[in-house]
Design a protein around this ligand. Structure first.
Ligand code: GLV
Length: 308
């Protein structure tokens, strides 16, 4: 019996050494050196090559080495075994920090003030009013709810949209396709933390951007393909969208010639809003390995049909 650690081009040892140290009774093998495929009973994956898991006939479960599972469920030949994912307080906290930082940065017009400073130009600008400003969170899972709580501290009005209804204290909730337009109409700031699924791909498009109030700000920390880049660039060009802060992209790394890099109203960061460190998540990975091997349900299970 062995566990496969499958992270293409990875710094495998960063993960495998702590896993081995914490569970000396388990044997971890690192892709592509997996030995006899029949011995692999559990796979920890990050962007595996679609179709390659079918050779592991005795696989009991697959776990995503991250919060997102789009890279797992996109595999049309994914074996029919339970799927788990990471839910990590540290990753959640990082995502919230990023959202708070960039909402406040734009809300307090820091790019304008920084330009004034660069020009040695003193011009008073009235501080904006949070109580009359709505921040909308697109996606109300663990991360979206944490962002909502942390932004509420600043007295913003908080709206949230989810696929199915969710009652969250202090959040004006909207749900489903029918609720999307009314939600967007309210959002001066739109923070997108949706998972990538066939339903959410391209959800930020010409029509949905048009539903935002003029001068709205977009922050995307979910997945790049949620956004139709051409539609966003067009909305930025007219000023209907005042700014976009993007941590995730349709293509990563973002190609050097992409217009986002030099756009005056776009902030680009290298998919680092939140991340998990081995020391914090090794225990939940081990718990899932032991659960799968003994036939118990996984922690943080994923519904492969929903895609999250
Ligand atoms: C990061 O993007 C993750 O899914 O954990």
């Amino acid at each position: 019996m062995a566990i496969l650690f499958y992270h293409q081009g990875s710094t495998g040892p960063i993960w495998v050494e702590p896993l081995r140290a914490a569970a000396p009774d388990l044997e971890f093998r690192v892709w592509p050196e997996f030995g006899n495929p029949d011995e692999i009973e559990f796979a920890i994956v990050w962007h595996h090559i679609p179709g390659t898991l079918t050779q592991f006939k005795n696989l009991k479960a697959v776990m995503s080495l991250g919060a997102g599972v789009d890279h797992v469920v996109r595999d049309p030949d994914l074996p029919d075994v339970p799927i788990g994912r990471i839910v990590d307080d540290r990753l959640t906290a990082g995502m919230s920090e990023y959202a708070v930082l960039h909402v406040l940065w734009r809300f307090r017009e820091m790019p304008v003030l920084a330009a004034q400073q660069a020009a040695r130009h003193w011009e008073y600008r009235e501080p904006p009013d949070a109580q009359s400003t709505t921040v909308g969170i697109l996606g109300l899972g663990t991360i979206g709810q944490d962002i909502a709580c942390k932004l509420a501290v600043f007295d913003f009005k908080i709206a949230g949209w989810s696929r199915s209804p969710k009652a969250i204290a202090g959040v004006q909730g909207y749900h489903g396709d029918d609720g999307l337009e009314a939600f967007l109409n309210a959002c001066r700031f739109l923070v997108c933390v949706l998972p990538l699924t066939p339903e959410t791909r391209g959800i930020i498009n010409t029509q949905t951007l048009a539903a935002l109030p003029p001068g709205a700000h977009l922050i995307n920390i979910g997945r790049g393909p949620l956004v139709d880049d051409e539609a966003l660039l067009a909305a930025l060009a007219t000023g209907h969208v005042a700014s976009a802060t993007l941590d995730v992209f349709n293509q990563e790394p973002l190609p050097a010639d992409h217009p986002y890099w030099s756009h005056p109203n776009v902030t680009v960061t290298p998919h680092n809003a939140g991340d998990s460190l081995p020391e914090f998540v090794v225990p939940q990975i081990l718990e899932n390995i032991r659960a799968a091997l003994s036939g118990r349900p996984l922690l943080n299970p994923v519904d492969r049909h929903r895609g999250y």
